[in-house]
Ligand binder design. Structure first.
Ligand code: FMN
Length: 395
């Protein structure tokens, strides 16, 4: 496996082939925890790995350098998938200072027993010389946590971008040009939608700062390293940070006795009459990881639940809760669903949540009392056409 980013700079992380759940994110393709070793007159490790895999990180470092020769361990982000290995690593690197910003130091102290660590606290714009190369630090608050920062090597035009531009993608290869571009961009999109979609504004600000840097390589803390397709991933991020709508309609629903499903199918049929990509998902058979990835760049979304016990179905409530937290923007849509005897709950409640999510509401919720009549189904088709026409504007 080729792990060399540049002469004397190697990937020393861990490939997690089997992880399938990442705090609720369904990681069908596994993941990697990327750590890097920069060897110069002084040596630095950039980030660690998840706690259980620290021995593998140490093995990889030892294959390239004496542990006593490690002068710095940089922590760009305090989340345990990168910091969990720090206690084990710091314990075997007697001469290493832990380099991080003040917020990260505070966060690490709340996670681990750090009493024996030597600290080197840096601020935005600070640098550390390793000899021929310099570590330059750029604070990137909320990309992904308040303490997040980038580490940049100006002499190598190399950006260690932590969670930004990452993908949950286990692979035998470390570089973007060793994998199909559409696959890794799709993984980067899923990662963006599920992890950082709600931080679009700080990410846009960070990208504006990164645009001032000369970048030949982006080494994130998950997935492959970008060296041949930096332009493509930057352009994709520019669209994702504003949830830029595409000519796409998404219909989401759940159902007990198929009434709401009939409505969903009719909405889809209406949208299919337009020249757009129209997608239908039952939230009981499609994981929310996929659903938010599809919602990220849709133009219009219809969301349907039957009424259950004066409320909505728990599976739809979970999807709405997840989606509301991730805050997709620039969407229009409406709620729909079937009820038995009361207008409380069901489509009414879905519509309320959609308003709270700041989805621009196209119309009052579409309701059917028990099985939808042919007239109600025609109303659904008409609403689907309206969604399709809005989506067509983004062609
Ligand atoms: C367990 C259960 C609880 C229900 N609770 C309500 C309710 O609180 N209010 C209501 O109007 N209808 C209620 N209904 C009726 C359903 O909303 C109605 O049957 C609807 O047509 C189901 O739509 P579906 O076929 O898409 O599942 C309930 C149905 C079931 C099976």
């Amino acid at each position: 496996m080729n792990t060399e980013l540049k002469e004397g700079i190697n990937w020393v992380g861990y490939i997690d082939w089997t992880v399938r759940d990442f705090h609720g994110y369904k990681t069908e393709s596994g993941s990697t925890y990327n750590a890097y070793l920069v060897q110069d007159e002084k040596n630095a490790v950039i980030d660690a790995v998840k706690g259980p895999f620290v021995d593998k990180l140490i093995e990889r470092i030892k294959a390239l350098a004496e542990l006593e020769s490690i002068n710095y361990v940089v922590c760009n982000h305090a989340e345990p998938d990168h910091s969990g290995g720090l206690p084990g690593l710091m314990a075997v690197c007697p001469n290493a200072e832990l380099v991080c910003n003040a917020k990260c130091k505070a966060a690490l102290e709340m996670h681990f027993d750090t009493s024996s660590w030597k600290w080197h606290v840096v601020a935005d714009g600070d640098t550390i010389s390793l000899g021929k190369r310099t570590l330059a630090f750029v604070d990137t608050p909320m990309v992904h946590w308040p303490e997040s920062m980038f580490t940049y090597l100006p002499e190598e035009k190399l950006l260690f971008s932590m969670d930004a531009f990452g993908q949950h993608y286990a692979s035998a290869f470390r570089f973007d040009d060793e994998e199909p571009l559409d696959v890794i961009l799709q993984e980067a999109k899923a990662y963006y939608a599920n992890i950082v979609m709600l931080y679009g504004r700080p990410i846009a600000q960070t990208m504006a700062r990164a645009a001032d840097l000369e970048i030949e390589m982006i080494a994130p803390s998950h997935g492959v390293i970008w060296r041949s397709h930096i332009k493509e991933v930057f352009e994709a991020y520019q669209k994702w940070v504003v949830c830029k709508p595409t000519p796409k309609v998404v219909v989401l629903y759940t159902t007990m006795w198929k009434a709401t499903e009939q409505m969903a199918q009719a909405i889809l049929e209406g949208a299919q009459e337009c020249d757009v990509e129209a997608q239908l998902y039952n939230v009981d058979s499609t994981h929310m990881t996929r659903i938010v990835t599809e919602v990220l760049d849709c133009a219009t979304v219809a969301i349907g639940s039957p009424t259950l016990n004066n409320g909505i179905m728990p599976s739809m409530a979970a999807v709405l809760c997840y989606m509301k937290g991730l805050r997709p923007t620039h969407k229009k849509g409406f709620a729909f669903g079937s009820y038995g005897w009361s207008k409380r709950g069901g489509p009414t409640e879905v519509g309320q949540v959609m308003e709270e999510m700041k989805i621009e509401i196209m119309q009052e919720p579409l309701r059917a009392q028990y099985t939808p009549s042919p007239e109600t189904l025609e109303e659904c088709r008409e609403a689907g056409r309206a969604m399709g026409k809005i989506a067509e504007e983004y062609k």
